[in-house]
Design a protein around this ligand. Structure first.
Ligand SMILES: [Zn+2]
Ligand SMILES: [Zn+2]
Length: 373
């Protein structure tokens, strides 16, 4: 059970002002922050104690409750923990710490969002249409990205030049109002400031008081060679601006690659169908096969190649993005039977049939036996 004196935890006297409490809290929170003390397992506990003490002592209502002592009726075990911890509706003032620590999100990841909490800007997702050859060879392209950024005129404050947002008098800048319900102290967003904690009396005319403007940015994106359809390219820090000095979001560029009439992509391989006459297939032949990136590759078909047979040309497929390797080109043979025969061709084929005891003249009839019989 927690029995520590919260004033001692913060190293201040009972009569300390809110300013002193705040200063001491900032100092101790910085010193004991787990990120700053990776080798000290006790730091996190001290950090939590400091944070908890500040939560209580910075809140006038909770401070009064604490100063008046525990209420035995609600906590017969005599501890004070349950009375203060977690009974606040979740307000945690961490805005000052964010100024000193970039990586606070992890520690406070579970803390509820309040007016004072910086928030990371949202990510943006845009798609880019690519020609087949550009996706294959890689290309640097410029795309328009509508992104929110901090207003340059009011520097994000939302207040007209020469004026500044004022702390909301209704909630004292917290953005929330506590409703005392006895043991449970509930809180709700402040209606005066809409939970912002601040009031803008004269809004900036450029952003209308939002502190943010939407601008169409031209962003240069490098598409790696071999980019696939539906590939996601992350451009860090090119998303929407954060709120309350939170970090900028990321941009995700999704590729839309035009389909090729001949080359079909399978992973990093390309498949190409190649028509082969039955004579070439029967006798064997050397054929020229086009490559996806231009040019061609020679391929030797062995005698007796069957319809649908596939040959692999190593390394002639798509470059694997961000590697030195490439996929393969898969050549799929399809046998083509002549639709019409010249007289001389027919004679040759008939002679062949005779040679092979295939009696085509007897009405083109052949008994088909069950496969495998
Ligand atoms: Zn503005
Ligand atoms: Zn307010």
């Amino acid at each position: 059970m927690e029995t520590k004196d919260l004033y001692k935890v913060l190293g201040v006297s009972r009569g300390a002002s809110q300013d002193e409490i705040r200063r001491s809290y900032r100092k101790l929170a910085r010193e004991n922050h787990p990120d700053a003390n990776p080798d000290d397992p006790g730091a996190e506990n001290r950090f939590k104690e400091v944070q908890h003490a500040y939560e209580v002592l910075s809140n006038p209502e909770k401070k009064r409750e604490y100063d008046e002592g525990p209420r035995p009726f609600f906590n017969p075990q005599g501890g004070t923990q349950g009375q203060y911890r977690g009974s606040t509706g979740g307000f945690t003032d961490v805005s000052d710490l964010f100024e000193s620590f970039g990586s606070f999100g992890d520690v406070f990841g579970k803390a509820p969002r309040t007016a004072a909490t910086p928030a990371r800007g949202r990510d943006i997702r845009v798609s880019v249409n690519l020609k087949f050859k550009d996706a294959l060879a890689g290309v640097t392209t410029r795309i328009g990205v509508p992104a929110e950024e901090g207003c340059g005129q009011c520097r994000g404050s939302g207040a007209a030049p020469g004026t500044a947002p004022k702390t909301c008098p209704e909630c004292g800048g917290r953005g929330t109002k506590s409703l005392d319900q006895g043991f449970f102290a509930l809180s709700e967003p402040c209606s005066r400031c809409g939970g912002n904690g601040r009031i803008i009396e004269k809004p900036c005319d450029r952003c209308g008081g939002a502190g943010r403007v939407r601008r169409n940015r031209q962003i240069t994106v490098k598409i790696p060679a071999g980019a696939k359809d539906g590939m996601r390219i992350r451009v860090p820090g090119r998303g929407h601006a954060g709120e309350k000095d939170g970090p900028v979001g990321d941009l995700y560029v999704v590729t839309r690659v035009e389909e090729h009439p001949v080359f079909k992509r399978h992973g990093d391989d390309f498949v190409v169908g190649v028509p082969v006459s039955f004579v070439e297939a029967a006798l064997g032949a050397e054929i020229q096969v086009p490559r996806p990136g231009g040019g061609s590759v020679r391929l030797r078909l062995p005698a007796g190649t069957q319809d649908g047979k596939q040959f692999k040309v190593r390394g002639a497929g798509a470059p694997k993005p961000r590697t030195e390797e490439s996929g393969n080109l898969i050549v799929r043979v399809s046998l083509v039977v002549p639709k019409k025969l010249k007289k001389r061709e027919r004679e040759i084929l008939e002679a062949l049939a005779e040679e092979r005891d295939e009696d085509v003249r007897a009405g083109l009839f052949r008994e088909v036996r069950e496969v495998g019989a």
